[in-house]
Design a protein around this ligand. Sequence first.
Ligand SMILES: Nc1ncnc2c1ncn2[C@@H]1O[C@H](COP(=O)(O)OP(=O)(O)O)[C@@H](O)[C@H]1O
Ligand SMILES: [Mg+2]
Length: 319
Amino acid sequence: MSKPQPLLEVRDLKKHFHLGSGKTLKAVDGLNFAIERGETFGLVGESGCGKSTAGRTIIRLYEATGGEVLFNGENVHGLRGRKQQEFRRHMQMVFQDPYASLNPRMTVGNIIAEGIDIHGLYTGKQRKARVSELLQAVGLNEEHANRFPHEFSGGQRQRIGIARALAIEPQFIIADEPISALDVSVQAQVVNLFKKLQKERGLTYLFIAHDLAMVKHISDRIGVMYLGKLVEVTTAEELYANPLHPYTQSLLSAIPIPDPEVERTRERIILQGEIPSPLNPPSGCPFRTRCPMAMPECAAVMPEFKEVKPGHFTACHLY
Ligand SMILES: Nc1ncnc2c1ncn2[C@@H]1O[C@H](COP(=O)(O)OP(=O)(O)O)[C@@H](O)[C@H]1O
Ligand SMILES: [Mg+2]
């Protein structure tokens, strides 16, 4: 039996920014991964490693420098005109900052209905009913439609951002650090809302976060990025139980363990130094300058991103 076609497939995706100085910043430099229908794929890595650029390039807010994005088997980066418009309906984005991403002069109802209006889906009573349904789906109520963003808390604003993304019934949502700006007490509620909506609507997510603790409870599979590249991809369970890449191991060792006895005695891997500038990345493996396991080979040759166990991919000379 052949495997079902993934909803999204990213092949050797690249986004390079050409800076005024004649330099090239390789923000995203050759990503390969696929996301199955109904799955949540967590994309993780330190600030500046290229997560947002990857998300924005996939949804085509940026033109890719190279590679392909297949949605339902079709290369969406080649689409123009009506077909592009059609694709836009199926993919939506939720942004990190719920303060900056909502227009302060628009009512919540008009913000949520923006996509409905652009795509001409509903008008009048139907539009109003749709907005009410969306507000309820995200845990708000229909009276909120006439209010303005500043009247809401951070968590509520993120709920509005989610309702806006859902309005045109997309199949796929890219959530770019949707809980990073929220109070810790509110983060779990918003994660639970994402899960509930996924179940109810059969959604597929690319869920971006800067640490592994945040994606643990929502991801089916996880990709770890470092300096524009994926260093490891596997199921969430396997990643937490058997992390292969030294970078993933260091990220996991930074997450506190609830058991105080284990927490007190366990070994932590503290990384030396800062992330190198993507304008001037190290030769060979980009992680080698901070890697506790670095070998001479690592400076000479970029390790290939390959499947080292069934479904478990990593780019490291140790394997
Ligand atoms: N529009 C842009 N022009 C030039 N450089 C950019 C642009 N957007 C992001 N970058 C650079 O690309 C790298 C990756 O950024 P970003 O994708 O925002 O990382 P992350 O979301 O993981 O924090 C960073 O070095 C950042 O400075
Ligand atoms: Mg970002």
